[in-house]
Design a protein around this ligand. Structure first.
Ligand code: 13P
Length: 292
């Protein structure tokens, strides 16, 4: 029961008006930290890997560790492949035991995006209960191998969003609404709240059908996060925050313990720091206590 795909988890979040944190991890310490923090808050959880860490650690290894941890956890947990532009690698990760796959063909024409997304959705659905996320419009910034310049970024057209969802058969949908990957360059990034509201109305207005994803969580003010959730964002992606926490914590610990050679103590400091960030996000997203 702890190993689930995202669709049902996020339909519940959409109906009840909260979001589930989807946290990008790059190593085992981070995976254990996000799980422990989510268990402590009794929150549903999505663990994500970008393509590079997934290839580095190997999908079957990540999947085996995830399954071992999740099997004994008292909360539902998904394992999601984030922003994969390669259909072949999407299939490799689905075969290896990921429960969610994001095919990111958002830089292609809409017809090509639909073709690739539908092909991955068909493959994953035929394989079993594997949820697929697609993106329309392009989210600016850098997320692993996907780089989109600000002037290349395009917001999602609401009517096209409906067509995309209907023609691809995706389970989860990421519309570009002005959020960005990485650290925001301005204090008040321009987000198109009306566009998100319109897309939510068109797709999930009558009944929750295809949960919506908000990319680019790092650096958004708490009131902005809450507004995005209230407008229908039910999967909330956070990556850069956790990378900074990992590296800054390691740097600070090593700098202040130059004579100590005890990796376990560095790992413990990292784990505690990551857990602190996950508690922050879970409380903000409103998913504490929603694991049952
Ligand atoms: P941030 O790196 O800005 O938190 O974005 C994460 C994300 O959207 C991953 O898909």
């Amino acid at each position: 029961m702890s190993i689930v795909s995202a669709r049902e988890m996020l339909l519940k979040a959409t109906e009840e008006g909260y979001a589930v944190g989807a946290f990008n991890i790059t190593n085992l310490i981070q995976m254990e930290a996000v799980v422990e923090a989510a268990v402590e808050r009794n929150a549903p959880l999505i663990i994500q890997t970008s393509v590079t860490p997934s290839q580095f650690l190997q999908p079957h290894v990540i999947s085996a560790i995830y399954r071992t941890i999740a099997e004994s956890a008292p909360i539902p947990i998904c394992l999601h492949l984030d922003h994969c532009t390669d259909m072949g690698y999407c299939k490799t990760c689905a075969d290896a035991g990921y429960t969610n796959i994001m095919i990111d063909a958002s830089k292609q024409t809409i017809d090509e995006n639909i073709r690739q997304t539908r092909a991955v959705a068909e493959y994953c659905h035929a394989l079993g209960d594997i949820s697929v996320e697609g993106e329309l419009g392009t989210v600016s910034g850098i997320e692993d191998q996907v780089k989109v310049a600000e002037d290349e970024a395009a917001l999602c057209d609401p009517e096209a969003a409906l067509e995309f969802v209907n023609r691809t058969g995706v389970d989860i949908f990421a519309p570009a609404i002005g959020t960005a990957h990485g650290v925001y360059k301005t204090k008040n990034p321009k987000l198109d709240f009306d566009r998100l509201a319109r897309i939510a109305e068109i797709i999930n207005g009558k009944e929750a059908r295809v949960p919506l994803v908000i990319h680019g969580g790092t650096g958004l003010k708490p009131e902005v996060v809450k507004k995005l959730v209230s407008l229908g964002g039910s999967k909330f992606n956070v990556s850069t925050d956790l990378k900074h926490t990992l590296i800054d914590t390691q740097y600070d610990y090593i700098s202040s313990h130059r004579d100590e050679y005890n990796p376990g103590k560095i790992d413990t400091a990292v784990k505690d720091a990551i857990k602190g960030r996950i508690h922050y996000w879970i409380d903000l997203l409103g998913c504490a206590g929603k694991a049952d």
